[in-house]
Design a protein around this ligand. Structure first.
Ligand code: ZN
Length: 174
């Protein structure tokens, strides 16, 4: 099996204090996630960033009621400094909760021969859960380290981890 580490939405607009879509738990997981990132780099495990990059009038802001965040090209849409991608790391931009819909993710995974995905980042019960589902139905083995994903609400996060484990067959590392 060939593994990749996926870092999902660890962007300034989700992580920084006072950010428009601040998820404070992202700062709790940051040190652990940073070590995980460094370990992956040391072992030559590919690191792929999946990042919100919204248009200013994205339906997520009106229809779904989120405050405007991660608008493409703004500082808020950048990966936080602590986890900054290398020049050579793929950065996949998305405009929905999906990592695969209208993105190049699948092509990147196929080109690298990846069949096992470690999902990290934010939000546990939104993008992590939906990307886990998308990956599972495409035949990828999925691992979610509980210490490296962040929920907005702890109960929602716990639900999502159970859902992934019991319904999707994801390996949740606790
Ligand atoms: Zn978004």
């Amino acid at each position: 099996m060939k593994e990749a580490l996926l870092i999902i939405d660890m962007l300034n607009d989700f992580v920084l204090t006072g950010a428009p879509l601040e998820v404070p738990a992202t700062r709790t997981i940051l040190p652990t996630l940073k070590s995980r990132l460094e370990a992956a780099r040391a072992k030559g495990v590919p690191v792929i960033y999946i990042c919100d990059a919204h248009r200013p009038d994205d339906p997520e802001f009106s229809r779904m009621g989120w405050p405007p965040h991660a608008v493409k090209g703004t500082p808020g849409a950048r990966v936080v400094a602590e986890l900054a991608p290398l020049e050579t790391d793929p950065v996949v931009e998305k405009s929905s909760y999906s990592g695969f819909h209208h993105t190049g993710l699948e092509g990147i995974l196929q080109a690298l021969g990846i069949d096992r995905l470690v999902l990290t980042g934010v939000v546990t019960n939104i993008c992590i859960l939906y990307i886990a589902y998308e990956a599972v139905i495409r035949g990828y083995q999925v691992i979610v380290p509980a210490d490296s994903v962040a929920p907005l609400d702890p109960a929602d996060g716990a639900f999502a981890l159970r859902q992934m484990e019991q319904v999707l067959g994801v390996e949740v590392m606790r």
